[in-house]
Design a protein around this ligand. Structure first.
Ligand code: SF4
Length: 76
């Protein structure tokens, strides 16, 4: 017994749609991971560290430089 043609077409459409949704999700996830890798884990690469909510606990080199600049600025 074979499936009616419309049922088979619907099944193929659902399979294609699911495949494209999965591909889209994987693309978004990959771009997100690449973006994070390029930013070096920094969550706010465009703004100064002093305005970042993670500044006190951040161990990235950008934050260390900002801390050093702040303490040098306070010393003089
Ligand atoms: S404190 Fe850290 S996470 Fe925040 S902007 Fe500076 S380097 Fe990035």
């Amino acid at each position: 017994m074979t499936l009616p043609e419309t049922t088979n077409q619907r099944r193929q459409w659902l399979i294609r749609t699911g495949r494209y949704m999965l591909l889209g999700g994987l693309s978004v996830l990959s771009l997100n991971l690449i973006d994070r890798a390029l930013r070096g884990e920094c969550v706010r690469s465009e703004s100064p560290c002093q305005s970042c909510e993670l500044f006190k606990a951040c161990e990235l080199s950008k934050a260390a430089e900002a801390r050093r600049a702040t303490t040098e600025g306070n010393a003089s």
